[in-house]
Design a protein around this ligand. Structure first.
Ligand SMILES: [Zn+2]
Length: 214
């Protein structure tokens, strides 16, 4: 679902947020425009029971909520979804900064030899810190790195940049990373984070050499 403008808060969250005793409104219209926000349209879906989603359509934000949701809950979820969409927009803007950072790192430590076509944050990458697709030169970093020190993010970014030059993790690969002064420290940092969250595998990243992702 990455790349769409839809956000899904998930069923469990809403199930907890909505008390079962709440009766559905007697006369809920199928769609309603918020008086306070003419650029927001709320659509009630009888098929929805536990999820709320939002997307952009014709310059407006459409928020789809379960038909049984009360007006109070609806208002709360609209606020929440608008915040999420705004955060997503901010994240997209920061992809531009990531791209600049990648070019700086390449120039500084790799003589500018690694030239990525795009570098972006992704939220669907929970088992890898970074990944790259050699064929099209794209690099993706897990959003989980965003709260980590800059020298750790730089290491992961540099690691993926080196993959644009060398496949695998052989001696030639690691030789490229010796000029970055925080390589060993950053690897230790990430190992520690992975150990603390046992959900993280020991593998630092995965390469996709063959196929361009759809
Ligand atoms: Zn790697």
């Amino acid at each position: 679902m990455l790349g769409t403008d839809s956000e899904d808060v998930g069923g469990a969250t809403y199930a907890r947020a909505m008390p079962r005793r709440t009766p559905p409104p007697a006369s809920a219209p199928a769609a309603a425009h918020s008086a306070a926000r003419p650029d927001v349209e709320v659509r009630r879906s009888a098929r929805r029971r536990r999820t709320v989603s939002a997307f952009r359509e014709g310059g407006r934000t459409i928020v789809v909520v379960p038909a049984g949701m009360t007006r109070e809950e609806e208002a709360r979820w609209v606020d929440r979804m608008l915040e999420r969409m705004a955060a997503k927009t901010a994240r997209r803007a920061s992809d531009g900064e990531l791209d600049t950072r990648a070019r700086d790192l390449s120039a500084r430590y790799l003589g500018g030899r690694a030239v990525p076509t795009s570098v972006r944050w992704v939220t669907n990458q929970n088992t890898r810190w970074g990944s790259c697709t050699v064929l099209d030169g794209t690099i993706r970093l897990s959003h989980r790195l965003q709260t980590m020190p800059g020298w750790v993010v730089d290491y992961v970014l540099l690691h993926e940049l080196v993959h644009l030059l060398h496949a695998g993790h052989g001696p030639a690969f690691w030789a490229e990373l010796t000029t970055y002064p925080h390589t060993e420290r950053a690897r230790g940092f990430l190992d520690g984070v992975a150990f603390a969250r046992s959900a993280m595998p020991a593998e630092e990243c995965a390469e996709e050499a063959g196929e361009v992702e759809g």
